[in-house]
Design a protein around this ligand. Sequence first.
Ligand code: PFF
Length: 469
Amino acid sequence: MTPPRKSIHGSWSSRLAFVLAATGSAVGLGNIWKFPYIAGEHGGGAFVLVYLACIALIGIPIMMAEVMLGRRGRQSPINTMRALAAEANANHAWRWVGWAGVAAGFLILSYYSVIAGWALAYVFRSMAGAFSGATAEGVGSIFIQLTEDPERLLAWHTIFMVMTMIVVARGVKSGLEQAVRFLVPSLFVLLIMLDGYAMASGAFDEGLRFLFTPDFSKIDANGVLIAMGHAFFTLSLGMGAIMVYGSYLPERASIARTSITIALLDTLVALLAGMAIFPLVFSNGLEPGVGPGLIFQTLPIAFGHMTGGVVFGTLFFVLLVFAAWTSAISLIEPAVAWLVENKGVTRVHASVYAGAATWGVGLLTILSFNRWADFHPLSFISIFEKSTIFDLLDYLTANIMLPLGGLAIAIFSAWVMRREDTVQELDMGDGPAYRLWHFLVRYVTPVAVIIVFLNVTGLVDFSHLFRAG
Ligand code: PFF
């Protein structure tokens, strides 16, 4: 048995603190902003079903694998992969999994921060009463005014990046744990209230039907890849965010139980958000497939008409900002931890370097919504015909980099690492639960990721299986 290593960055004060931080990382814009709009774009029910299946069969086992690798390696994902590869006598190229994760984190945060900036802007719009009595049209034009102005977007993006750098610079423990403790429960309460409002909106049934009645003729291979990619994105998997959080986890915490808890909370938030939004979409004659503006064009209508809407609307966007904030910090933590370990810089400097680089890349996303809105660099590929740079960054990271990262993590954990080491680290014995995990990570994840990729590239076509009936 190898003695446990120790992290130089400190550790969470308890198992609960880890659950809160990892939940904070998982629950974010992905649940409230992205899930509804991509479900809307890909026809609803069938997409949601594929997404849920991916969470259960791929997401939870990969989350356990990432936490396990992090806790065993106790360093930034790059150094963890290097150390664990050495321990297993494997090729040191495995450290590239860590590097790819750092790159994915940068790219994701670069656009994530811009969208979080929209949420920040909406806090102030809501507070000023801009939504009171608003119609779908009025709310739509508020959204367009914001996104068509690069200077405003830049200002909010800058504020959000600075907020992120401040928390990351302060380190693992202070601030973060507290924020999530308050955030997750409040978010639940607010979403349930919004669901109550949606229930009375007259189109609740239609919304639920859209979300939960699978119609497989509405989803194609690309839709399946997007659903799978989103399972990685929403659980913060495939890039080392959960791995680095796992490296601060105290010994003797059940990895299986914590992973399941985090995944359930995350899924619940996404479904509650979807159930609030689609009834509003239908009762206001809006299109479910409008894209990234969906929540910003629907929820304000509800706030504009309910009693106390100014307070609730403001609170909702504040919570959304918090949710994005606790995710953003996990997106650059792998890079920051590596800079501290390998470059001998302080956390403060590391946060500034990593944050400034991300901020710069964010300009591409800002321009995608205005000056470059008609620039479609890959328009010669049919699925990217209308994709802006923002769309491509999102596609590249969520649907390609994260699933590939997940695939590598699966292969490493279940084919490269010694079985007895994973039994020891997961600490749940060698019974049916361990075997189920091992089977899912060893076979199900790699096969699923590879099949879905082959399908999208058109090399193999399984679509007749869906349409057989
Ligand atoms: N899980 C976050 C969300 O759903 O908003 C986004 C995210 C955070 C993705 C951290 C990846 C990551 F490593």
